[in-house]
Design a protein around this ligand. Structure first.
Ligand SMILES: NC(=O)N[C@H]1NC(=O)NC1=O
Length: 182
């Protein structure tokens, strides 16, 4: 994304007090402002990549229950929160970008069934970076990932959370063509 005046510069971020930092970055991990809260102490950040790395480090050192909690904070793709208009603005945009607001009735049914199977097998929702995957790939990915172990899905889900986080950060911070990091 081209830099725009609305994007924060690293200098602006490094001057933010805690409240402003949470106000801006509190949802880079869906409904988990603790992740932003935990890294504020690591200012100054040289650039958006360093900020992302600190958040990833925090996520990676959580015990399994913490990682599962992060996954559970994500809404199902094209699930109830979406149909009731209860998504965060970030999640709403991401799900639309993947084409999940234009599912056929059959696709919607398949996705709902597999989301339920996934949740009852693993105990947390299926999470994938919707902006990096169109609806067909998401449906196929969900079908395949249902065969994995719980440990593998916890790691896979958190890897996707970190991608979602990076793209959300790029929407907020001035940067210079580093999307290829994903
Ligand atoms: N369940 C799930 O993957 N949710 C998410 N994925 C994404 O890109 N945004 C979300 O809210």
């Amino acid at each position: 994304m081209a830099p725009s005046s609305k994007l924060k510069t690293p200098a602006q971020i490094n001057n933010m007090d805690y409240e402003e930092f949470i106000d801006v970055f509190g949802n880079v991990i869906e409904h988990c402002s603790l992740c932003a809260a935990a890294v504020w102490r690591y200012r100054p950040f040289k650039d958006v990549k360093y900020l992302h790395e600190e958040i990833c480090k925090f996520v990676d050192q959580l015990p399994p229950a913490g990682g599962e909690g992060i996954l559970r904070s994500h809404p199902d793709l094209a699930g109830r929160a979406a149909s009731e208009g209860l998504l965060t603005k970030e999640s709403n945009q991401e799900q639309r970008a993947a084409g999940l607001s234009d599912l056929t009735q059959e696709e919607r049914k398949q996705l709902a069934q597999m989301n339920d199977m996934y949740r009852s097998k693993f105990g947390f929702p299926f999470v994938i970076c919707a902006r990096k995957n169109k609806k067909d790939v998401i449906l196929e990915g969900l079908r395949t990932r249902l065969n994995n172990s719980q440990e593998a899905e916890l790691q896979k889900g958190l890897t996707e959370v970190k991608k979602i986080c990076y793209l959300r950060l790029l929407d907020l911070v001035e940067h210079d063509g580093i999307e290829s990091r994903l």
